[in-house]
Design a protein around this ligand. Structure first.
Ligand code: GRF
Length: 203
């Protein structure tokens, strides 16, 4: 299974994929390329250190979101991907892009969706007095952070938590569930069917 990973920043989730490939936790999976919309994303350095091809497509160089997504799509297809993994990719994707990859485009969002789509999820969970927080891997559809969930990780919110401490603990859970979801996909067990994520039992 060939993955193309899109990111805009630190790339700690990318690192989790790199480590999982190295440790044989993602058998038969390779990362074809990492693409960033930001030239200074640390994720690009992580990719280069792991010997993975990289590309930067700066959204500011394009007149419209459609033009940017078209360039991104062409680049992804040049590298070749069975699964496109959004890992902290901070751009909203156009319907055409999402439709092109429907069923093979996944994202991780740092909340227990459907709670808190969008930004500042941890602060919003704390402000609401929630007792738990977490992260959700989901198929991407045209609705922002609204696609069918694949797997969630939950953690308790402690009294002394602020957005930063909570983000740290959620992120370490992300690093487990995200490669796991990709592994299910690579094994052919995970599909988007009738707008739902369907996971087959292991034979
Ligand atoms: C994570 O919190 C992820 O849930 C969100 O963006 C962040 C990416 O972090 N979509 P990193 O770049 O993988 O460290």
């Amino acid at each position: 299974c060939k993955l193309v990973i899109l990111l805009s920043g630190s790339g700690s989730n990318l690192q989790a994929f790199i480590d999982a490939c190295k440790n044989q936790n993602l058998p038969d999976t390779e990362i074809s390329a990492v693409i960033s919309n930001k030239a200074d994303a640390f994720g690009l350095i992580r990719a280069k250190e792991a010997g993975i091809a990289t590309a930067c497509i700066d959204h500011k160089q394009f007149a419209s979101r459609e033009d940017f997504d078209e360039a991104l799509l062409q680049k992804i297809d040049e590298f070749g991907a069975n699964l496109i993994v959004l890992a902290g990719f901070m751009r909203i994707l156009t319907p055409r892009f999402v439709r092109h990859y429907l069923g093979r485009l996944i994202n991780i969002h740092p909340s227990l969706l459907p709670k808190y789509p969008g930004l500042h999820t941890h602060q919003r969970a704390i402000d609401a007095g929630d007792k738990e927080a977490g992260a959700t891997v989901h198929f991407v559809t045209e609705e922002l952070d609204g696609g069918p969930p694949i797997i969630q990780a939950k953690i308790p919110i402690f009294d002394g938590d602020d957005a930063a401490t909570l983000a740290d603990r959620v992120l370490s859970k992300e690093h487990t569930i995200y490669p796991l979801a990709a592994q299910w996909f690579a094994e052919g067990r995970l599909k988007l069917q009738n707008s739902k994520a369907v996971l087959d039992d292991k034979n």
